[in-house]
Design a protein around this ligand. Structure first.
Ligand code: MRU
Length: 377
């Protein structure tokens, strides 16, 4: 079945496509929010109804829903969940409460800009409407959250169209973490060119880094690509250099949690190491990212806040302790790849190449200007 024939109904958890086993990570029924618990994959498919804003906050924090675009979408619906019982408030209190809940949701994870981007977008939309009945404002809030969700599908598809010509018959592609369907609303970012090339009949291999400590590559990427029928091989993170040195890797495509104005990219910890290896072996290193991940208000990568997570993620492998009790641990969840290691940014507006500061501003500057004038959380 061709991609265009897909059932685009947000209410269907399972997508009906050539990639028939891809599962929607976020479902909005019109009244209720459901999230796929990604921490249980690939062994169990568990979908949880989100009863409260606190539950949505926990789902984001605990990585039940994860990946930059997906946490933006979930955050937007989370704000709807937070405000759905506030119909009795007058206008001023509704706005105050909306600001408070948006700031709360935004505090769940700091690095991926999509979360604050989505929340700011909904808050500014509601405020731009002026003094209207609260019920009307709430309806507009839902519409904006749904629009963010639906637009993400198109962004992913656009990334796929921009990047698929990079994938030729016989090549090997390395990816890191999960920037796939599970991290977005449909085709993923790093995986979108792969899905479209696959649909066009191109024969290629993907190598998925397992991505310690939480194994998004092993649990999610290798699973989702395998389900789709793509030739995927799982490797441990420390095998990437060997695979490159033996000529198995011709191209690297990873996702992004935030792209700074100068093209520096925050992505899952370990990404910078892959970029350095790619430079050494003269392998093109691409970052796939939608406009919602490009943050022109952050000048450089060093200005991006890097989330530091619990030590237990490092001292345990699943249920099993693998480090001594009381050991000192560092657990930064992301690193920043300097722009000079990046061949290009695959976006819905085409592939952006160096000089990134100039070219990003040219393609995405107007959107950033509009955001600058919007309220901060
Ligand atoms: O901690 P995670 O699993 O949310 O980290 C996700 C990543 O780093 C992804 O590569 C990134 O968000 C891009 S998702 C399209």
């Amino acid at each position: 079945m061709k991609l265009q024939e897909r059932n685009d109904d947000v209410n269907n958890i399972e997508t009906k496509t050539a990639y028939s086993k891809l599962i929607q990570t976020i479902k909005w029924t019109g009244e209720e929010l459901f999230l796929l618990d990604q921490t249980k994959l690939p062994m169990e498919v568990v979908i949880e109804k989100q009863e409260s804003v606190n539950q949505v906050w926990d789902s984001i924090k605990m990585l039940k829903v994860r990946g930059a675009p997906a946490i933006g979408i979930a955050g937007g619906y989370g704000l709807v969940v937070a405000m759905r019982d506030r119909a009795g408030l007058d206008y001023d209190d509704f706005i105050l409460e909306m600001d408070r809940q948006a700031a709360y949701l935004d505090s769940s994870r700091p690095t991926a800009v999509n979360l604050s981007w989505a929340l700011k977008r909904i808050v500014s939309k509601v405020k731009s409407l002026g003094r209207r009945p609260v019920a009307e404002l709430f309806e507009e809030m839902i519409k904006e959250a749904v629009a963010i969700h639906n637009e993400d599908r198109l962004l992913c598809r656009g990334i796929g169209e921009s990047g698929k010509s990079l994938i030729n018959d016989g090549i090997g592609i390395l990816t890191h973490c999960n920037a796939g369907s599970l991290a977005t609303s449909e085709l993923g970012t790093a995986t979108a060119p792969m899905y479209l090339a696959f649909e066009d009949g191109v024969k290629f291999r993907v190598y998925a880094d397992e991505t310690r400590p939480l194994l998004q590559g092993a649990r999610l990427t290798s699973w989702e690509l395998q389900q789709a029928g793509i030739d995927v091989t799982l490797i441990c993170d420390n095998m990437a250099a060997f695979m490159m040195s033996k000529g198995f890797i011709d191209l690297v495509i990873v996702g992004a949690d935030r792209v700074a104005a100068n093209g520096d990219v925050a992505n899952k910890i370990g990404t910078m190491g892959v970029a350095l290896l790619a430079k050494h072996f003269n392998i093109p290193f691409y970052v796939a990212c939608p406009g919602s991940t490009i943050d022109l208000l952050t000048a450089r990568g060093e200005n991006i806040e890097i989330e530091e997570r619990d030590a237990e993620e490092v001292t345990f492998f699943g249920e099993r302790r693998t480090g001594p009790e009381g050991i000192k641990v560092r657990n930064p969840a992301f690193d920043v790849t300097p722009n000079e290691l990046i061949t290009g940014l695959i976006t819905e507006k085409g592939i952006i190449r160096p000089p990134f500061d100039i070219n990003l501003k040219q393609r995405f500057g107007a959107a950033a200007k509009a955001e600058r004038s919007a309220d901060t959380l």
